[in-house]
Design a protein around this ligand. Structure first.
Ligand SMILES: [Mg+2]
Length: 264
């Protein structure tokens, strides 16, 4: 017997849905689990605010409580507060920018180059070249820069599209700079809130990406299931020295009751 799982955490893109369309059976499966234990959603995608995700998940019929959505945006904000930073050049989509500004109206998110204490890069997928130049004028001066996460690509139904890890490669090529800090998966800090409530082996994490989701599970010591409906294929798994203990085709195949009853 294993310790019964007391909370289940789901990745979103490539795990529960692709391009906003749920995989068959995924919504039902999550609802069944949520009748027994709390469920959480942990996505690295910071192209949208937590409020957008709340609405999207509600429309899809996924169960939602007040604290269900875990976002690197919250962790970034906590760290900005801990360091008492006020002038943050925030590179983000307008909706995320507005959300962030509303969280702490005392922050100056459009400081001049001279004023800028920190550059924070979220997954901005609507920027124009001038905005990229504004970002570059700051990082080339050696102003500290943080990223919400380091994924190279984001899944899309037409094929993976460049994410922050690719923006980082661009800035490294141009200026030789790298971010000082990243908050998203596989940083175990993403689970710090849950680890105050549960032991690591009482948390089951379900995610489709090996270098973020599986890596987070390994680093934090939580249980893990890999669904193959998203990014990772069996050939990718075969190349690993340490392989996920449980692999399924999609979320609807997971025997959650077995995990909840300590049989898996
Ligand atoms: Mg994913």
């Amino acid at each position: 017997m294993k310790n019964p799982v007391k909370a289940v955490v789901f990745d979103l893109d490539g795990t529960l849905y692709l391009s906003g369309r749920p995989y068959p059976g995924a919504v039902d499966a999550v609802n069944q689990v949520a009748k027994r234990v709390p469920v959480y959603y942990l996505s690295n995608n910071t192209s949208k605010s937590p409020v957008f995700y709340e609405n999207r998940l509600k429309v899809m019929g996924l169960p939602l409580a007040e604290d269900s959505i875990i976002s690197a945006l919250y962790l970034s904000l906590d760290e900005i507060h801990a360091r008492k930073i006020k002038n943050v050049f925030f590179f983000a989509n307008p909706e995320v920018y507005e959300w962030f500004a509303a969280q702490d109206p005392s922050l100056n998110l459009r400081p001049s180059v001279e004023e800028t204490e920190l550059v924070l890069v979220a997954y901005h997928n609507s920027f124009d070249y001038r905005e990229l130049c504004e970002l570059s004028f700051r990082v080339q001066r050696g102003i500290p820069f943080w990223v919400t996460h380091t994924d190279f690509v984001c899944p899309d139904e037409r094929g993976p599209v460049p994410d922050i890890g690719s923006f980082m490669a661009l800035l490294k090529t141009a200026y030789g700079v790298e971010p000082e800090m990243s908050f998203g998966k596989p940083n175990p800090a993403m689970l710090s809130g849950l680890l105050k409530l549960y032991r690591p082996d009482e948390i089951l994490f379900v995610g489709d990406r090996l270098y973020t989701d599986f890596e987070l599970a390994k680093r934090s010591g939580c249980r893990f299931v890999l669904p193959l409906c998203g990014e990772s294929k069996m050939q990718d798994v075969e190349k690993l020295d340490v392989k996920p203990e449980f692999i399924v085709n999609n979320v609807s195949e997971i025997d959650f009751n077995a995990f909840l009853e300590g049989k898996k």
